[in-house]
Design a protein around this ligand. Structure first.
Ligand code: TYD
Length: 207
């Protein structure tokens, strides 16, 4: 029996990472087999690519390079972690997936959606989430939260937060368009407190 593939999407600082952790813990406490993971990352190769991609002081990438590296990390993740977990019947809770590539490299950086979808089909086994929860927040609020969190942490991951408000506004609009166009997407109001957000997320999963 195939498990369930749940993905959380949203802008930087939308509270997605907190929700991914609390949701995975709540499902596990109910006795379900849960694999909590994230992108870019989720495998040793994916972590190495994450460090390269997100470092605020890293090399300047062309948008196409960024797309290929994000996709490379996803191929590793799908083959080595996500597909095997789903095959054993586990619930996979993943912080970001191909929706982020469509929103950031597509809507944000202007790459053609058809090319992103073709890469996903050809190299990432055309795997799509069963359910996607989109944490929606005005980018002004989300960026302030994200930058405060980065300033307080030791992680050198500020590359995307450093992009301007208009980039993040395009990312948000891209995510909302995906939620309208793709099956299984639910938009959650990310201005809610974390416990209310978890309750809404569980209700929309029926879990
Ligand atoms: P993440 O650590 O989830 O950021 P945050 O916790 O701030 O939401 O994601 C790292 C960054 O990588 C984020 O700014 C979005 C970007 N990203 C892409 O541009 N394309 C992708 O395909 C993925 C998975 C992430």
């Amino acid at each position: 029996m195939r498990g369930r593939f749940i993905v959380l999407e949203g802008g930087d600082g939308s509270g997605k990472t907190t929700l991914a952790q609390t949701l995975a813990a709540a499902l596990a406490a109910d006795g379900q087999s849960v694999v909590a993971t994230r992108e870019p990352g989720g495998t040793p190769a994916g972590q190495a690519l994450r460090a390269l991609l997100l470092a605020a002081d890293g090399p300047a990438f062309e948008p196409e390079t960024e797309l290929l590296l994000m996709t490379a990390a996803r191929v590793q993740h799908v083959r080595q972690v996500i597909a095997p977990a789903l095959a054993r019947g586990a619930i996979v809770v993943c912080d970001r997936f191909v929706g982020s590539t469509l929103a950031y490299q597509g809507s944000g950086a202007g790459l053609d959606t058809a090319r992103i979808l073709a890469l996903h089909r050809d190299f990432a086994d055309d795997l799509w989430p069963d359910v996607t929860l989109l944490l929606d927040l005005p980018p002004e609020l989300a960026l302030a939260r994200g930058r405060a969190r980065l300033a307080a942490s030791a992680a050198n991951e500020g590359r995307f937060e450093a992009r301007g408000l208009s980039f993040h506004a395009r990312v948000r609009a891209g995510f909302l368009a995906l939620a309208r166009a793709l099956p299984g997407w639910t938009v959650l109001d990310a201005t809610q407190p974390a416990d209310a957000l978890l309750a809404t997320a569980r209700a929309s999963l029926g879990a």
